[in-house]
Ligand binder design. Sequence first.
Ligand code: UDP
Ligand code: MG
Length: 154
Amino acid sequence: MAEEKTLIIIKPDGIQRHLAGEIITRFEKKGFKLVAAKFMQISESLARKHYGVHKGKPFFEGVVKYLSSSPAMVMVWQADGVIAMARKLMGATFGYEAQGGTIRGDFSCSRGYNLIHGSDSPESAEFEIGLYFKGEEIVEYKLSDECWLYGQND
Ligand code: UDP
Ligand code: MG
């Protein structure tokens, strides 16, 4: 599997509901490497760019308003195959449908207020990381337990 980066946002409801630590802990415990983080108020225009793929859909204006309604925690996490793995930890889009054990399944029962964003493909990860971070804000370093995280028997 290729080493990948993904953009993860703890959305405004995640911050307001005091779930940031809980959410970060899940990614940390899984073994992902945090390589950038920013606590910020996302502007409406940035939210529009972020959700540009959904322009024209009935929920577009609402989701732009939601993402820019209160501060958010924007992060880049890195690991082999992190994009798909992070989506699994997040769970299905609507909290009331997401499986127990996932972030959305455990902490959200809403349709639109679902605590977290995660990139869904290498292309969207590259685009989204570029919206929030300059190249030099991504920190390169080694985790001391990488040999244990990625141990293989074949
Ligand atoms: N959303 C919504 N209503 C919908 C579909 C989506 O409010 O019917 C919001 C929700 O916050 C979701 C975001 O728009 O996380 C982006 O939708 P997407 O389908 O990309 O879901 P995700 O990738 O976040 O699971
Ligand atoms: Mg999406």
